[in-house]
Design a protein around this ligand. Structure first.
Ligand SMILES: [Zn+2]
Length: 104
C-alpha cells in the first residue's frame, strides 16, 4: 500500500486585492465604495454622500463600475441630493477641516 501522503498545496497566492475604495470626483476623498448586485452597481461616497445606481453588464467589476460612475458624474447624470451652497466663505471653511474618520 502506498504510504503516499497527499501533497498539500502550500502555495499561498497573494490575492490581488481590488481596491474597494475609489477617489470621489466631487470631494476628492478616497471614500467611494462600489457594490455590484444583480447587475446593478451601487456607488456611494462615504465622505460627501454622492451616490449613484446604474445597470452594468455582468463582466463589470468594481473598477469598471467606478469608471462608468465617473463618466456619469462628468456628464452631469448623477443627481446630487445635497445642495451646494453658493456661499463661498462657507465652502472655504468646510474644505479647511479634514475629518479624520478615514484613518487606516
Ligand atoms: Zn465625495
Amino acid at each position: 500500500m502506498g504510504g503516499r501522503k497527499k501533497r498539500r498545496k502550500l502555495i499561498l497566492k497573494p490575492k490581488p486585492k481590488i481596491p474597494k475604495m475609489f477617489e470621489c470626483p466631487r470631494c476628492g476623498k478616497v471614500a467611494v465604495t462600489v457594490e455590484i448586485k444583480n447587475g446593478v452597481a451601487s456607488v456611494k461616497c462615504g465622505s460627501c454622500g454622492l451616490s449613484d445606481e446604474f445597470e452594468v453588464p455582468p463582466i463589470f467589476d468594481a473598477a469598471n463600475a467606478y469608471a462608468k460612475f465617473l463618466d456619469r458624474y462628468l456628464e452631469g447624470k448623477i443627481e446630487i441630493s445635497k445642495r451646494v451652497t453658493t456661499d463661498s466663505s462657507e465652502a472655504e471653511g468646510e474644505s479647511g477641516s479634514l475629518p479624520e474618520e478615514l484613518n487606516e
